[in-house]
Design a protein around this ligand. Structure first.
Ligand code: GDP
Ligand code: MN
Length: 386
């Protein structure tokens, strides 16, 4: 789960990281009130879950409450990289002498957290990585953790001034705690700003939480901004199904992650493009099947983008999953909401015969061959597309 900047800053503040006071606003009026309560110059920042808001006009300074109203009005009217701006953060503005980049992210290949640090902050780190990779310092954090002398040594060459080094090292150690205790995949400060009067501040905050740890973080539910999820993703999350929306037009409902991957591979092999990854799990129930169809079709209808599901493939290998459960789910689901696109069903394994009978009683049929199922669904999708 990606946190908004204002949420990430709340988290940072709990760990004593230096962030400037601010509050989120949903209307220009609210922004004006927040600006008045903060006083002085404020910065108005679009709260959308993408980077590069600055360049897109989503970060602006305001020198008075009335100006804050105007800037907030402009920013709340923006759509940045496809995301409408619904909220802004109004925060005390800082004066900036220098901008650094600092992050801790999971390096999956080394199975260790990785600190990345650069004197070239403020801009996209991907851009720095492309144009001046030598300007990014990388250090893995070993299993025994991060010591304060190590943190100081990292900043020493960049900052020279002992007081700045001390502050920056303290920030890194706190960020490490945020990362570790908070179960983050990424904790990023860009820019880590140095003010003309020698303070080091986290001016931006980006946090990605590891969803696998949400069972031990009850507070996360209050952060989940369902308005930012596609309808399908929200439903999948509610129902506990693994779902990833993709750009293709072949909807895939599969039991088991491995079979789901294999199905997507085969769809691509025969020249199709999967619209999603969707694993309905090992032990399935009619309810899950109904939810799966709703997930795929709701994203096909109003999930944004230009992708459209043209045909749906069920690929079920009955082991613990019973084919008759799936068949009942399909029949129930179609009775409630008829599908607007062709449905191709492949099933084999436990209770296959019962499943086939249930389906045929409702005018549906299923193949046993995965190869056949995939080819058929691609052909049907092409008919629909033509
Ligand atoms: P991003 O573009 O989405 O990463 O948004 P940031 O929060 O990083 O803001 C982009 C840029 O706006 C920063 O690199 C700063 O140059 C500038 N900025 C952000 N906050 C302030 C502030 O408080 N004062 C000043 N002067 N500039 C700011
Ligand atoms: Mn930034």
């Amino acid at each position: 789960m990606n946190l908004h900047e204002y949420q990430a800053k709340e988290l940072f503040a709990r760990y004593g990281l230096p962030v400037l006071p601010g509050q989120v606003a949903q209307t220009p009026e609210e922004a004006r009130d927040v600006a008045a309560s903060i006083g002085g110059t404020v910065v108005i920042k679009a709260q959308v879950l993408v980077g590069g808001r600055g360049k897109a006009g989503g970060v602006k300074l305001a020198h008075s409450p009335d100006e804050a109203y105007e800037r907030a009005r402009e920013i709340l009217a923006l759509t940045i990289k496809g995301l409408p701006v619904r909220k802004v953060l109004v925060a005390q503005a800082a004066e900036i002498a220098r901008e650094l980049y600092l992050s801790i992210a999971l390096d999956r290949s080394r199975k260790l957290p990785l600190i990345m640090l650069s004197a070239e902050g403020g801009v996209d780190i991907e851009e720095v990585a492309r144009t001046a990779p030598g300007k990014i310092v990388r250090r893995h954090i070993p299993l025994e953790g991060l010591r304060s002398y190590q943190a100081r040594a990292l900043f020493q060459p960049l900052l020279a001034d002992g007081k700045l080094v001390q502050q920056a090292a303290d920030i890194l150690l706190r960020l490490w705690r945020v990362y570790q205790e908070g179960d983050c995949q990424l904790a990023e400060i860009n820019p880590l700003a140095i003010t003309p009067d020698g303070r080091v501040i986290a001016l931006d905050a980006k946090v990605i939480l590891d969803d696998n740890a949400d069972f031990r973080h009850r507070e996360w539910t209050t952060w989940r901004d369902s308005g930012d999820e596609t309808p399908g993703a929200r439903l999948a999350h509610e129902k506990g199904l693994s779902y990833v929306k993709l750009d293709g037009d072949i909807g895939c409902v599969v039991n088991g992650a491995g079979l789901a991957m294999a199905t997507m591979d085969l769809v691509k092999h025969y020249g199709g493009e999967p619209a999603n990854f969707l694993d309905i799990g090992g032990s399935s129930s009619p309810e899950k099947v109904t939810a799966a169809l709703r997930i795929i079709t709701s994203d096909a209808r109003d999930g944004g983008g230009d992708s459209k599901v043209r045909a749906i493939l069920f690929n079920i290998f009955g082991g613990i999953t019973r084919c008759d459960d799936v068949a009942n789910g399909i029949v129930q689901s179609l009775a409630e909401t008829p599908l607007a696109v062709p449905l191709v069903i492949r099933l084999t394994g436990t209770n296959e015969e019962v499943a086939r009978r249930i389906l045929s009683e409702h005018g549906l049929q299923a193949t046993t061959s995965m190869d056949d199922g995939v080819r058929t669904v691609i052909a049907r999708a092409q008919e629909v597309g033509a």
